[in-house]
Write a protein that binds this ligand. Structure first.
Ligand SMILES: *Cc1c(COP(=O)(O)O)cnc(C)c1O
Length: 414
């Protein structure tokens, strides 16, 4: 097998139309960061905005900043900005709460759009919080039940019947990186009379997403992964225009009221996307997110996607060429068009192997039971980083340095 040599890889970096963006990020020169799919890297702009918000707005203007610094409207302002990255026209996305909470709101809203139907379908290998939240939703709705693709039926497509109200589906699988065809699956869901709720946690900021074009009903996603908003930065929720004004969500807090500052006794929901807010938002986190989103001005998402596929292709080729026979198997679809921006490799000793990689400055993560997961963020990674990661991985596997007992120690967060 042939694969690019160092000189060819340096040429790829020199010709990379996104290569200049790396300087906007605060990256350690000694590390290869392949975990931007779990916690993105800060930009200088994000940190500057955070400091400015703390100093000039919080300390400087105090409560006046709700108006003077635009704090109150930040959730919809940033929602529209994210909307531009996920194919949603203005007025359909709001930044609020967490992905878990937004799954709850979206699934409840979806169930209320199909009152005669009782089932939610989700994928058994979904990111667990989505399933836990779906369990919580059905527990509040008499007669409702959760059916899992891979457990109660072979595939989501096969399970669609007249009892299904809502389908919760991941655009990119968090473990394997497999990418769903959003338009095709949404059409199938609609043909069965159900409502589509998409989780974009591993696709927003990783590849072009066309929510409006696909006819999606609801979507949720987080901003601390490929959108680089910072640890725990608030999530977003999309509600298609055609549903607004007719849908309700159960967390009927004052920020979703039609007139929050009228302080009325009864709840009357806003008729727009603001209804999907609940209460006061983490403004400092939102201000960091506002700074983080600046990097996207002028980024061509098709160039982003092309680089993402090129980075992951290169990684797969190098790993398979150089680490053959060293116990790795590819868990991610080999065809670029069928995966997101990550590569998952199976290894029987994935935990200590990943700890050994991290100790050598190659930061990926471990996903139980035995997956080495590597995220490739096109905004700041170089092809040379891919080469370095494979150099280190090959060395760790050949030398078996991962057998050092210190790499067996478990940590709370993986
Ligand atoms: C990261 C991720 C989440 C995270 O949810 P939080 O509420 O932010 O903890 C949820 N769903 C998926 C698919 C994820 O990848």
């Amino acid at each position: 097998m042939t694969f690019p040599d160092r000189a060819a890889i340096e040429t790829m970096d020199a010709q990379d139309p996104l290569g200049h963006l790396r300087d906007a990020f605060l990256l350690s020169p000694d590390e290869v960061y392949l975990d931007g799919n779990s916690l993105g890297v800060p930009t200088r702009a994000a940190q500057d905005e955070l400091m400015r918000a703390a100093r000039d707005e919080w300390a400087g203007q105090l409560i006046r900043s709700w108006n003077s610094a635009g704090w109150f409207d930040l959730p919809v302002e940033l929602g529209d900005r994210i909307g531009g990255l996920i194919g949603a026209a203005a007025g359909q996305v709001v930044v609020a709460d967490t992905t878990s909470i937004n799954v709850y709101k979206a699934l409840h809203a979806a169930m209320r759009l199909r009152p005669g139907r009782k089932a939610i379908i989700a994928e058994s290998n979904s990111f667990p919080t989505d399933l836990y939240i779906a369990e919580g939703v059905v527990s509040t709705l008499p007669g409702a039940r959760l059916r899992l693709g891979g457990v109660d039926g072979a595939t989501i497509e096969e399970m669609l019947d007249g009892d299904v109200a809502a389908v919760l589906v991941n655009h990119v699988d968090y473990r394997t990186g497999a990418l769903r065809d959003m338009a095709a699956l949404t059409a199938r869901i609609h043909a069965a009379g159900a409502v589509a709720v998409w989780d974009l946690c591993h696709s927003a900021g990783a590849l072009p997403v066309g929510l409006d074009a696909a006819g999606a009903d609801f979507a949720v996603g987080c901003t601390y992964k490929y959108l680089n908003g910072g640890p725990g930065s608030p999530a977003f929720i999309y509600v298609a225009q055609r549903h607004q004004g007719q849908v309700s969500q159960p967390l009927s807090g004052w920020w979703g009221h039609a007139r929050p500052f009228a302080f009325e006794t009864g709840y009357e929901g806003d008729t727009g996307i603001r209804r999907f807010q609940c209460g006061t938002q983490p403004i400092l986190s939102m201000r960091a997110l506002k700074g983080a989103l600046q990097i996207w001005d002028g980024v061509d998402l098709h160039q982003l996607r092309a680089k993402s596929i090129a980075l992951t292709d290169l990684f797969i080729r190098l790993v398979e060429g150089r680490c053959a026979g060293l116990g790795l198997t590819l868990e991610t679809p080999r065809e670029g068009a069928r995966r997101g921006s990550q590569v998952a490799l199976h290894h029987d000793h994935a935990w200590p192997v990943m700890q050994a990689l991290i100790a050598r400055g190659v930061i990926g993560d471990f996903r139980a039971p035995s997956t080495l997961r590597f995220g490739f963020t096109p905004l700041y990674l170089r092809y040379a980083d891919v080469l370095r990661a494979v150099d280190v991985l090959e060395d760790i596997l050949r030398s078996e340095s991962w057998r050092d007992p210190r790499f067996a120690v478990k940590a709370a967060v993986t």
